[in-house]
Design a protein around this ligand. Structure first.
Ligand SMILES: CC(C)(COP(=O)(O)OP(=O)(O)OC[C@H]1O[C@@H](n2cnc3c(N)ncnc32)[C@H](O)[C@@H]1OP(=O)(O)O)[C@@H](O)C(=O)NCCC(=O)NCCS
Length: 178
């Protein structure tokens, strides 16, 4: 599956303000086949933004392994967003976040959102904000007192999405090819 259409998302019509077109729940091992393509699409989108993020040929099997380990990890939050109505039981989004210790800084526990992806048809209707709110609550319940979003610096969708919600750069990672 390619990431075609990802960068130009926003075609969906606005939804009623208080109805959410997704049902969000913790992911189960049985969701892995549906989650893998979403995670790989996210990586392919990042590849479009930055040549240093070239997707490996074995990305699908890596995605399977990462999801399997994360779903089993009590220090991770993996959520699956299902559609509603005609899309009921269809997984249209995913979130993967982890709890990390901060040995030198207070507060000492942070929740890090590593992956957040929504099918293009579901974007720009406030679903991302709902995912962020629910993920933040789940991380807080696991002890996090600060929430961090990790995403490629060139991913403009993510930059805008998080900036709009009060996130700002805290740690910068820079790279060059060797
Ligand atoms: C990030 C994501 C989950 C947000 O979901 P969403 O439902 O679109 O988010 P919301 O409707 O709550 O918020 C929309 C805001 O997100 C940002 N955004 C969403 N799509 C965008 C796009 N194509 N270009 C620029 N900004 C975009 C904007 O700030 C937008 O606000 P605006 O509509 O007022 O401009 C979703 O856009 C997505 O899956 N993107 C692709 C994957 C990705 O980049 N993930 C983050 C890196 S890990």
């Amino acid at each position: 599956m390619t990431a075609a259409g990802d960068a130009g998302a926003g075609a969906a019509a606005p939804n009623e303000p208080h109805s959410m077109p997704v049902h969000l729940r913790p992911a189960k091992p049985a969701d892995i086949p549906a989650l893998v393509p979403l995670l790989v699409r996210l990586k392919r989108l990042n590849e479009e933004f930055d040549p240093l993020l070239r997707v490996r040929d074995d990305a699908e099997s890596q995605a399977r392994e990462v999801l399997k380990a994360s779903i089993a990890d009590p220090k991770a939050v993996v959520l699956a967003a299902e559609g509603v109505g005609a899309d009921k039981d269809k997984v249209v989004g995913l979130v993967l976040a982890v709890i990390r210790e901060r040995p030198f800084y207070a507060p000492s526990v942070e929740g890090v959102i590593l992956e957040i992806y929504l099918h293009p048809m579901y974007r720009r209707r406030g679903v991302g904000e709902f995912l962020l709110k629910e993920t933040t609550a789940a991380l807080k319940a696991k002890g996090a007192a600060v929430v961090i979003a990790e995403f490629p610096a060139q991913n403009e969708i993510a930059s805008r999405f998080y900036a709009k919600r009060g996130f700002r750069p805290i740690i910068v990672r820079q790279a060059r090819s060797l």
